[in-house]
Design a protein around this ligand. Sequence first.
Ligand code: ZN
Ligand code: ZN
Ligand code: ZN
Ligand code: ZN
Ligand code: ZN
Ligand code: ZN
Ligand code: ZN
Length: 451
Amino acid sequence: MVRGLSQWTKTLSFPARISPQKSSKDTKFYVNTSNTSLANDKIDRTPIIIDETLHNPEAEKALMGSIVYCIHHKDGCKWSDELRRLKAHLNTCKHDAVSCNNRCGAMIPRLLMEDHLKYTCAQRRTRCDFCTKDFTGQTLEKHEGLCGYEPLYCENKCGMKIQRRNVEQHKLSECGKRLVACRYCFKEFVFDTLEVHHTKCGHFPVACPHRCETEFLPREDLEIHLKDHCTTHLLSCSFKDAGCRFKGNRLTLDRHMEESTKMHLSLMCSVVTKQHHQITSLKSVMNKLSINYTGTLIWKVSDYGAKMTEAKTKEGMELISPPFYTNQYGYKLQASIFLNGNGTGENTHLSTYIKILPGEYDSLLRWPFAHSVSFTIFDQMTQVEKACNIVESFIPDPTWKNFQRPSREPDSLGFGFPRFISHEMIKKRHFVKDDTIFIRVKVDPSKIVAV
Ligand SMILES: [Zn+2]
Ligand SMILES: [Zn+2]
Ligand SMILES: [Zn+2]
Ligand SMILES: [Zn+2]
Ligand SMILES: [Zn+2]
Ligand SMILES: [Zn+2]
Ligand SMILES: [Zn+2]
Protein backbone atom coordinates (compact mmCIF):
# COMPACT_ATOMS: atom_id res chain seq x y z
CA MET A 1 0.00 0.00 0.00
CA VAL A 2 1.35 3.31 -0.94
CA ARG A 3 -0.19 6.45 0.41
CA GLY A 4 0.65 10.12 0.30
CA LEU A 5 2.04 11.46 3.55
CA SER A 6 0.42 14.91 3.37
CA GLN A 7 -2.97 13.28 3.13
CA TRP A 8 -2.11 11.31 6.28
CA THR A 9 -0.94 14.29 7.99
CA LYS A 10 -4.04 16.23 7.26
CA THR A 11 -6.31 13.44 8.36
CA LEU A 12 -4.48 12.23 11.43
CA SER A 13 -2.95 15.54 12.50
CA PHE A 14 0.20 13.69 13.40
CA PRO A 15 2.45 15.58 15.72
CA ALA A 16 5.28 17.16 13.82
CA ARG A 17 7.78 15.45 16.06
CA ILE A 18 7.00 11.98 14.81
CA SER A 19 9.08 12.41 11.78
CA PRO A 20 11.66 15.20 12.09
CA GLN A 21 14.55 12.72 11.82
CA LYS A 22 12.98 10.76 9.00
CA SER A 23 12.71 11.56 5.30
CA SER A 24 9.64 13.63 4.52
CA LYS A 25 8.45 11.33 1.78
CA ASP A 26 8.97 7.86 3.23
CA THR A 27 7.78 7.58 6.75
CA LYS A 28 7.95 3.96 7.82
CA PHE A 29 6.02 2.26 10.58
CA TYR A 30 6.38 -1.27 11.63
CA VAL A 31 2.89 -2.81 11.59
CA ASN A 32 1.78 -6.07 13.04
CA THR A 33 -0.53 -7.32 10.32
CA SER A 34 -1.61 -10.42 12.19
CA ASN A 35 -3.49 -8.01 14.41
CA THR A 36 -3.53 -10.52 17.26
CA SER A 37 -0.08 -11.35 18.47
CA LEU A 38 3.10 -9.39 19.09
CA ALA A 39 5.33 -12.41 18.84
CA ASN A 40 8.38 -11.51 16.84
CA ASP A 41 8.09 -14.33 14.34
CA LYS A 42 4.63 -13.15 13.38
CA ILE A 43 5.53 -9.52 12.90
CA ASP A 44 5.29 -8.41 9.32
CA ARG A 45 8.21 -6.14 8.90
CA THR A 46 7.13 -4.87 5.54
CA PRO A 47 7.07 -1.08 5.82
CA ILE A 48 3.74 0.54 5.18
CA ILE A 49 4.24 3.30 2.64
CA ILE A 50 1.60 5.91 3.17
CA ASP A 51 0.38 7.38 -0.03
CA GLU A 52 -0.75 10.97 0.35
CA THR A 53 -3.40 10.54 -2.40
CA LEU A 54 -5.23 7.89 -0.36
CA HIS A 55 -8.43 8.90 1.26
CA ASN A 56 -10.40 5.85 1.97
CA PRO A 57 -12.21 5.80 5.31
CA GLU A 58 -12.35 2.03 5.32
CA ALA A 59 -8.70 1.57 4.69
CA GLU A 60 -7.90 4.33 7.10
CA LYS A 61 -9.83 2.67 9.83
CA ALA A 62 -8.06 -0.59 9.20
CA LEU A 63 -4.73 1.14 9.19
CA MET A 64 -5.41 2.98 12.40
CA GLY A 65 -6.31 -0.28 13.99
CA SER A 66 -3.04 -1.93 13.11
CA ILE A 67 -0.74 -2.70 16.00
CA VAL A 68 2.51 -0.72 16.04
CA TYR A 69 5.52 -0.24 18.31
CA CYS A 70 6.51 3.13 19.72
CA ILE A 71 8.86 5.04 17.48
CA HIS A 72 11.39 4.90 20.40
CA HIS A 73 11.22 1.10 20.41
CA LYS A 74 14.95 0.93 19.61
CA ASP A 75 15.72 3.26 22.55
CA GLY A 76 14.00 0.84 24.87
CA CYS A 77 10.32 1.88 24.93
CA LYS A 78 8.23 -1.23 25.24
CA TRP A 79 4.93 0.38 24.26
CA SER A 80 2.90 -1.32 21.52
CA ASP A 81 -0.73 -0.69 20.59
CA GLU A 82 -3.03 0.42 17.82
CA LEU A 83 -1.62 3.14 15.62
CA ARG A 84 -4.38 5.52 16.62
CA ARG A 85 -3.12 5.51 20.22
CA LEU A 86 0.45 6.30 19.25
CA LYS A 87 -0.09 10.05 19.36
CA ALA A 88 -1.44 9.92 22.87
CA HIS A 89 1.43 7.65 23.95
CA LEU A 90 4.02 9.97 22.54
CA ASN A 91 2.64 12.74 24.73
CA THR A 92 3.81 10.76 27.72
CA CYS A 93 6.59 8.52 26.32
CA LYS A 94 9.68 8.86 28.46
CA HIS A 95 11.91 8.51 25.43
CA ASP A 96 10.22 11.17 23.40
CA ALA A 97 12.13 14.45 23.15
CA VAL A 98 10.51 17.71 24.26
CA SER A 99 11.79 21.30 24.36
CA CYS A 100 13.89 22.16 27.41
CA ASN A 101 11.74 23.65 30.14
CA ASN A 102 14.34 26.40 30.54
CA ARG A 103 13.99 27.37 26.88
CA CYS A 104 17.61 26.73 26.09
CA GLY A 105 16.40 25.50 22.69
CA ALA A 106 17.52 21.89 23.07
CA MET A 107 15.15 18.93 22.53
CA ILE A 108 15.62 16.49 25.40
CA PRO A 109 13.98 13.09 25.97
CA ARG A 110 11.68 13.34 29.00
CA LEU A 111 13.74 10.67 30.69
CA LEU A 112 16.87 12.89 30.63
CA MET A 113 15.17 16.21 31.31
CA GLU A 114 15.94 16.23 35.02
CA ASP A 115 19.64 15.63 34.44
CA HIS A 116 19.72 18.18 31.66
CA LEU A 117 18.14 20.86 33.79
CA LYS A 118 20.51 20.10 36.58
CA TYR A 119 23.79 19.67 34.78
CA THR A 120 23.89 20.51 31.09
CA CYS A 121 21.23 23.07 30.30
CA ALA A 122 22.81 26.28 29.15
CA GLN A 123 20.06 28.15 30.93
CA ARG A 124 20.21 26.29 34.23
CA ARG A 125 20.77 28.34 37.39
CA THR A 126 24.00 27.43 39.19
CA ARG A 127 26.72 29.01 41.29
CA CYS A 128 30.52 29.04 41.27
CA ASP A 129 31.94 26.88 44.07
CA PHE A 130 34.78 29.31 44.63
CA CYS A 131 33.29 32.80 44.50
CA THR A 132 29.68 31.62 45.22
CA LYS A 133 28.29 33.98 42.56
CA ASP A 134 25.18 32.88 40.63
CA PHE A 135 25.57 31.88 36.97
CA THR A 136 23.66 30.18 34.16
CA GLY A 137 25.27 27.02 32.85
CA GLN A 138 26.54 28.91 29.83
CA THR A 139 28.15 31.78 31.69
CA LEU A 140 29.67 29.45 34.29
CA GLU A 141 31.59 27.68 31.53
CA LYS A 142 33.16 30.98 30.54
CA HIS A 143 33.81 31.82 34.20
CA GLU A 144 35.63 28.59 34.91
CA GLY A 145 39.42 29.00 34.66
CA LEU A 146 39.03 32.71 35.36
CA CYS A 147 37.42 32.79 38.80
CA GLY A 148 39.61 34.91 41.07
CA TYR A 149 38.70 32.85 44.10
CA GLU A 150 39.79 29.48 42.73
CA PRO A 151 42.74 28.18 44.79
CA LEU A 152 45.78 27.21 42.71
CA TYR A 153 49.06 25.59 43.70
CA CYS A 154 51.99 28.03 43.60
CA GLU A 155 54.09 27.56 40.45
CA ASN A 156 57.29 27.90 42.50
CA LYS A 157 56.36 24.68 44.32
CA CYS A 158 56.35 26.30 47.71
CA GLY A 159 53.43 24.00 48.52
CA MET A 160 50.90 26.75 49.11
CA LYS A 161 47.48 27.11 47.48
CA ILE A 162 46.63 30.68 46.61
CA GLN A 163 43.44 32.19 45.15
CA ARG A 164 43.94 33.15 41.51
CA ARG A 165 43.46 36.86 42.26
CA ASN A 166 46.35 36.75 44.81
CA VAL A 167 48.83 34.67 42.83
CA GLU A 168 50.83 37.58 41.43
CA GLN A 169 51.12 39.24 44.81
CA HIS A 170 52.17 35.91 46.36
CA LYS A 171 54.89 35.30 43.79
CA LEU A 172 56.12 38.84 44.19
CA SER A 173 56.22 39.25 47.93
CA GLU A 174 55.09 36.22 49.90
CA CYS A 175 56.31 33.01 48.28
CA GLY A 176 59.10 31.33 50.27
CA LYS A 177 60.61 30.04 47.03
CA ARG A 178 60.77 33.37 45.24
CA LEU A 179 64.18 34.71 44.29
CA VAL A 180 65.25 37.81 46.14
CA ALA A 181 68.48 39.73 46.21
CA CYS A 182 70.40 40.05 49.49
CA ARG A 183 70.15 43.74 50.41
CA TYR A 184 73.78 43.74 51.49
CA CYS A 185 75.73 41.80 48.86
CA PHE A 186 73.05 41.95 46.11
CA LYS A 187 73.42 38.30 45.17
CA GLU A 188 70.17 36.40 44.51
CA PHE A 189 68.86 33.77 46.91
CA VAL A 190 65.68 31.72 47.40
CA PHE A 191 63.79 33.69 50.05
CA ASP A 192 63.74 30.72 52.49
CA THR A 193 67.55 30.56 52.55
CA LEU A 194 68.11 34.29 52.93
CA GLU A 195 68.15 34.24 56.73
CA VAL A 196 70.86 31.58 56.77
CA HIS A 197 72.79 33.56 54.18
CA HIS A 198 72.61 36.66 56.40
CA THR A 199 74.44 34.78 59.13
CA LYS A 200 77.36 34.35 56.71
CA CYS A 201 77.09 37.30 54.32
CA GLY A 202 80.32 39.26 54.45
CA HIS A 203 78.48 42.53 53.80
CA PHE A 204 75.92 41.98 56.56
CA PRO A 205 76.18 44.81 59.10
CA VAL A 206 77.26 43.73 62.57
CA ALA A 207 77.85 45.73 65.70
CA CYS A 208 81.32 45.97 67.21
CA PRO A 209 81.23 43.57 70.18
CA HIS A 210 82.94 46.22 72.29
CA ARG A 211 80.23 48.80 71.60
CA CYS A 212 82.68 51.41 70.43
CA GLU A 213 81.50 54.47 68.52
CA THR A 214 81.59 52.51 65.24
CA GLU A 215 78.01 51.29 65.42
CA PHE A 216 77.74 48.88 62.50
CA LEU A 217 80.25 47.60 60.05
CA PRO A 218 80.30 44.87 57.39
CA ARG A 219 81.02 41.50 58.96
CA GLU A 220 84.13 40.99 56.80
CA ASP A 221 85.68 44.21 58.19
CA LEU A 222 85.23 43.30 61.85
CA GLU A 223 88.52 41.52 62.31
CA ILE A 224 90.57 44.44 61.03
CA HIS A 225 88.44 46.84 63.07
CA LEU A 226 89.13 44.94 66.29
CA LYS A 227 92.80 44.66 65.52
CA ASP A 228 93.55 48.14 64.29
CA HIS A 229 90.74 50.61 64.80
CA CYS A 230 88.50 49.76 67.73
CA THR A 231 89.00 52.24 70.54
CA THR A 232 87.12 50.10 73.07
CA HIS A 233 88.76 46.78 72.39
CA LEU A 234 90.24 45.73 75.72
CA LEU A 235 93.96 45.10 75.78
CA SER A 236 95.76 43.49 78.70
CA CYS A 237 98.53 45.25 80.55
CA SER A 238 101.95 44.00 79.50
CA PHE A 239 102.62 43.17 83.17
CA LYS A 240 99.76 40.68 83.06
CA ASP A 241 102.07 37.74 83.66
CA ALA A 242 103.49 39.50 86.71
CA GLY A 243 99.96 39.74 88.12
CA CYS A 244 98.56 43.08 86.86
CA ARG A 245 94.91 42.58 86.01
CA PHE A 246 94.35 45.87 84.23
CA LYS A 247 92.50 45.76 80.89
CA GLY A 248 91.67 48.79 78.85
CA ASN A 249 91.49 50.33 75.44
CA ARG A 250 94.50 51.82 73.75
CA LEU A 251 94.13 55.21 75.47
CA THR A 252 93.53 54.05 79.02
CA LEU A 253 96.24 51.43 78.70
CA ASP A 254 98.82 54.11 77.87
CA ARG A 255 97.70 56.09 80.92
CA HIS A 256 97.80 52.98 83.09
CA MET A 257 101.39 52.24 82.06
CA GLU A 258 102.43 55.75 83.04
CA GLU A 259 100.59 55.73 86.35
CA SER A 260 101.37 52.24 87.54
CA THR A 261 105.17 52.11 87.44
CA LYS A 262 105.44 51.59 91.24
CA MET A 263 102.78 48.92 91.27
CA HIS A 264 104.41 47.13 88.34
CA LEU A 265 107.79 47.31 90.06
CA SER A 266 106.47 45.74 93.24
CA LEU A 267 104.77 43.04 91.15
CA MET A 268 108.08 42.34 89.49
CA CYS A 269 109.81 42.20 92.88
CA SER A 270 107.46 39.56 94.13
CA VAL A 271 107.98 37.64 90.90
CA VAL A 272 111.72 37.75 91.46
CA THR A 273 111.34 36.61 95.08
CA LYS A 274 109.10 33.79 94.05
CA GLN A 275 111.53 32.73 91.35
CA HIS A 276 114.37 32.90 93.86
CA HIS A 277 112.56 30.45 96.12
CA GLN A 278 111.89 28.23 93.18
CA ILE A 279 115.56 28.26 92.20
CA THR A 280 116.60 27.42 95.76
CA SER A 281 114.25 24.51 95.99
CA LEU A 282 115.29 23.32 92.55
CA LYS A 283 118.93 23.49 93.66
CA SER A 284 118.25 21.41 96.72
CA VAL A 285 116.45 18.85 94.63
CA MET A 286 119.41 18.79 92.26
CA ASN A 287 121.84 18.40 95.17
CA LYS A 288 119.82 15.51 96.46
CA LEU A 289 119.86 13.93 93.03
CA SER A 290 123.63 14.34 92.71
CA ILE A 291 124.43 13.22 96.26
CA ASN A 292 126.84 10.38 96.65
CA TYR A 293 125.43 7.21 98.31
CA THR A 294 128.37 4.90 97.70
CA GLY A 295 130.21 5.30 101.01
CA THR A 296 133.30 6.46 99.11
CA LEU A 297 134.04 10.11 98.45
CA ILE A 298 136.75 11.08 96.02
CA TRP A 299 137.32 14.73 96.70
CA LYS A 300 139.04 16.80 94.05
CA VAL A 301 140.65 19.95 95.50
CA SER A 302 141.75 22.22 92.66
CA ASP A 303 143.65 25.55 92.79
CA TYR A 304 145.85 23.97 95.46
CA GLY A 305 148.55 26.69 95.30
CA ALA A 306 146.20 29.61 95.74
CA LYS A 307 144.24 27.86 98.45
CA MET A 308 147.45 26.99 100.31
CA THR A 309 148.64 30.59 100.18
CA GLU A 310 145.28 31.70 101.54
CA ALA A 311 145.40 29.08 104.30
CA LYS A 312 148.79 30.32 105.41
CA THR A 313 147.45 33.84 105.92
CA LYS A 314 144.05 32.82 107.30
CA GLU A 315 144.41 30.85 110.48
CA GLY A 316 142.16 27.80 110.68
CA MET A 317 140.99 27.87 107.05
CA GLU A 318 139.00 24.69 106.53
CA LEU A 319 137.87 23.23 103.19
CA ILE A 320 134.63 21.29 103.40
CA SER A 321 133.65 18.38 101.11
CA PRO A 322 130.19 17.84 99.71
CA PRO A 323 128.12 15.68 102.09
CA PHE A 324 127.84 11.99 101.20
CA TYR A 325 126.05 8.90 102.50
CA THR A 326 127.52 5.61 103.57
CA ASN A 327 124.83 3.87 101.47
CA GLN A 328 121.43 4.77 100.10
CA TYR A 329 119.69 4.86 103.50
CA GLY A 330 122.82 5.21 105.59
CA TYR A 331 124.73 7.80 107.63
CA LYS A 332 125.34 11.27 106.27
CA LEU A 333 128.96 12.33 106.49
CA GLN A 334 131.15 15.26 105.56
CA ALA A 335 134.93 15.47 105.31
CA SER A 336 137.10 18.53 105.81
CA ILE A 337 140.77 19.37 105.34
CA PHE A 338 143.13 22.04 106.57
CA LEU A 339 145.74 22.59 103.88
CA ASN A 340 148.01 24.38 106.34
CA GLY A 341 147.30 21.96 109.19
CA ASN A 342 145.31 22.12 112.38
CA GLY A 343 146.16 21.51 116.02
CA THR A 344 149.37 19.48 116.25
CA GLY A 345 149.83 19.64 112.49
CA GLU A 346 149.48 23.41 112.16
CA ASN A 347 151.88 24.95 109.60
CA THR A 348 153.58 21.59 108.98
CA HIS A 349 150.96 19.12 107.89
CA LEU A 350 147.73 18.71 105.94
CA SER A 351 144.99 17.68 108.42
CA THR A 352 141.93 15.57 107.56
CA TYR A 353 138.69 15.12 109.53
CA ILE A 354 135.27 13.53 109.17
CA LYS A 355 132.04 14.36 110.99
CA ILE A 356 128.55 12.99 111.10
CA LEU A 357 125.76 15.26 109.85
CA PRO A 358 122.08 14.82 110.73
CA GLY A 359 120.80 12.56 107.90
CA GLU A 360 117.42 11.60 106.48
CA TYR A 361 117.44 8.05 107.87
CA ASP A 362 119.11 8.57 111.25
CA SER A 363 116.15 7.25 113.23
CA LEU A 364 116.43 3.90 111.44
CA LEU A 365 120.20 3.49 112.00
CA ARG A 366 122.32 2.01 114.83
CA TRP A 367 124.04 4.44 117.11
CA PRO A 368 126.80 5.14 117.94
CA PHE A 369 128.28 5.19 114.45
CA ALA A 370 130.74 2.29 114.20
CA HIS A 371 131.91 2.10 110.56
CA SER A 372 135.62 2.15 109.89
CA VAL A 373 136.86 5.25 108.03
CA SER A 374 139.98 5.69 105.92
CA PHE A 375 141.58 8.76 104.30
CA THR A 376 143.81 8.44 101.21
CA ILE A 377 145.78 11.06 99.35
CA PHE A 378 146.66 9.91 95.85
CA ASP A 379 150.16 9.99 94.45
CA GLN A 380 149.46 11.09 90.87
CA MET A 381 152.50 9.52 89.24
CA THR A 382 152.18 8.85 85.55
CA GLN A 383 153.40 5.31 86.16
CA VAL A 384 150.57 4.11 88.37
CA GLU A 385 152.41 1.02 89.59
CA LYS A 386 155.13 3.21 91.14
CA ALA A 387 152.64 5.46 92.85
CA CYS A 388 152.73 5.57 96.64
CA ASN A 389 149.46 6.71 98.21
CA ILE A 390 149.23 7.77 101.85
CA VAL A 391 146.43 6.10 103.83
CA GLU A 392 145.23 6.62 107.40
CA SER A 393 142.22 4.92 108.95
CA PHE A 394 140.39 4.44 112.25
CA ILE A 395 137.60 2.52 113.88
CA PRO A 396 135.35 4.86 115.85
CA ASP A 397 135.44 4.76 119.61
CA PRO A 398 131.85 4.08 120.67
CA THR A 399 132.25 6.11 123.82
CA TRP A 400 133.18 9.24 121.95
CA LYS A 401 130.24 11.65 121.76
CA ASN A 402 130.93 12.66 118.18
CA PHE A 403 129.78 9.23 117.07
CA GLN A 404 126.37 9.56 118.75
CA ARG A 405 123.38 10.51 116.69
CA PRO A 406 123.70 14.23 115.91
CA SER A 407 120.67 16.34 116.67
CA ARG A 408 121.92 19.32 114.67
CA GLU A 409 124.82 20.37 112.48
CA PRO A 410 127.85 19.75 114.76
CA ASP A 411 130.26 22.62 115.26
CA SER A 412 133.15 20.39 116.28
CA LEU A 413 135.63 19.20 113.71
CA GLY A 414 134.74 15.58 114.13
CA PHE A 415 137.37 12.89 114.16
CA GLY A 416 140.52 12.84 112.06
CA PHE A 417 144.25 13.15 111.58
CA PRO A 418 145.85 16.52 112.33
CA ARG A 419 149.15 15.22 110.93
CA PHE A 420 147.76 13.28 108.00
CA ILE A 421 150.59 14.17 105.62
CA SER A 422 153.48 16.59 106.04
CA HIS A 423 154.02 19.47 103.66
CA GLU A 424 157.43 18.06 102.95
CA MET A 425 156.06 14.70 101.87
CA ILE A 426 153.54 16.44 99.63
CA LYS A 427 156.35 18.20 97.85
CA LYS A 428 158.47 15.04 97.51
CA ARG A 429 156.11 12.98 95.47
CA HIS A 430 153.37 13.79 92.93
CA PHE A 431 150.54 14.41 95.37
CA VAL A 432 149.94 17.74 93.67
CA LYS A 433 149.49 17.56 89.92
CA ASP A 434 147.94 20.22 87.70
CA ASP A 435 147.55 22.27 90.92
CA THR A 436 145.13 19.64 92.16
CA ILE A 437 145.08 17.05 94.97
CA PHE A 438 142.70 14.07 95.31
CA ILE A 439 141.57 12.88 98.74
CA ARG A 440 139.52 9.72 99.10
CA VAL A 441 137.31 9.14 102.13
CA LYS A 442 136.06 5.57 102.41
CA VAL A 443 133.56 4.30 104.95
CA ASP A 444 133.09 0.58 105.59
CA PRO A 445 130.44 -1.07 107.75
CA SER A 446 132.76 -4.00 108.56
CA LYS A 447 135.17 -3.54 111.38
CA ILE A 448 138.03 -4.33 109.05
CA VAL A 449 140.01 -1.22 108.37
CA ALA A 450 139.02 0.13 105.00
CA VAL A 451 141.88 0.87 102.62
ZN1 ZN B 1 7.29 5.40 23.72
ZN1 ZN C 1 17.92 23.49 28.56
ZN1 ZN D 1 33.89 32.00 40.68
ZN1 ZN E 1 54.81 30.10 46.47
ZN1 ZN F 1 74.56 38.85 51.22
ZN1 ZN G 1 84.95 48.58 68.10
ZN1 ZN H 1 99.48 46.98 84.63
